[in-house]
Design a protein around this ligand. Sequence first.
Ligand code: NAD
Length: 406
Amino acid sequence: MIFVSLDNGSYREKKNKYSEFSQRLIMKPFRFNLPTKIVFGRGSLSRLGDEAVRLGDRCLLVTGRSFARRSGYLNILTEILEESGLKVTVFDKVEPNPSVETVYKGAEEGSKNGCDLVVALGGGSAMDAAKGIAFLLKSKARLEESFAPNEVGEALPLVAIPTTCGTGSEVTKYAVLTNIRKKRKEVLLGEPLMPRVAIVDANLLNSLPGELVAYTGFDALSHALEAYVSRDSTPLSDFFALEAMRIILGNIVEAVEGMAEARENMLYASMLAGIAINCAGTEIVHAMGYYLTNYHDVHHGLANGVLLPHVLRLELQKGFRKLDDAASTLGFENGTGLVKKIEEIADKTGIPRSIRELGVEESELDAMVADVLSYERNLNRHPFPPTPEDIKKLFIVAFSRRDSST
Ligand code: NAD
């Protein structure tokens, strides 16, 4: 069941009007591959053994430093895997925004124990570290020589089990790893990184604190909107992006408040948004957010959540009308109506109104702009590749409090 409650009474009328004029899609060539088997539903964790045993004999179970052990899930997963006949080695040392060093350590552990399968339990951090480890265990290459724009050609099979509702990493071809010395996010990219199986079980979100539902939910919303405006978007990626937006806008507030059905909806929507970024990528919001994470330890999704409304307003100011199309499809008057809705839910879910509240100072402005410009791949996907002045202007606006009255 999709639990959606968009509070716009005239949705149907506007949708019909929209459909009359906008039946024709702007087609372009695309390639779509989703090799991931998705096992979705409450209780689907019990399928882990059956799925994993088809993929290997010796499993490296990769997870973070606290949640899995504290919640008891580490024991539950180990038991399920062992009862299915797998030998299990645990690597539970993944930190938020996993570093390249952690991935090497995990690979060493996997190699010592002859692992031929990786299982990831956690948020984007654990899943991405697991992807990096799966790559190193198969290819023996160095991470530093393999980051995008290079594409990796091989990796061990991976089963991904998300416990947050944001990154969609359980279905993406990306692993985002941090180079701590350079204070930089690097991306490992390639279809072999796409998990063979994603077990998507909303029971795992029961203990997720409301603020992490908000932060990871805003990450998923950023994915949907960035994929939608991306130069690499196609009608198929728009389909996933729009559905993700619709579900997130209708569920995020209740999900943050703790409603179980709304959380399950968010988990589903974040997976759809992951499929959208597989096709169309992320762009300026992520490029700007990386600075806040790398230099101020701001949660990835929170950084995106604070920046997203400012970027959308700039896109509208520059006359980028595709946002009006999204707004119309979703039942809003125009793009500004959609952005106001996003600002309203940001207020309701505790997303700060300014980057000053995150500890960032104006004296950092030039360094911030230079850092963003270094994420060229993201910026090039933007409908109008932003100039240094655009980025500076965006950060200056983001220092002042978000104002949704206009
Ligand atoms: P996270 O994985 O860093 O987890 C954040 C915190 O939540 C951790 O302390 C973790 O222990 C805790 N946690 C996780 N699940 C929990 C639960 N159910 N209950 C209680 N606590 C729980 O956060 P995230 O937002 O999921 O992932 C962020 C990372 O993902 C960043 O490194 C980001 O760059 C990356 N990312 C990757 C992709 C991709 O496609 N691979 C896409 C977007 C973001």
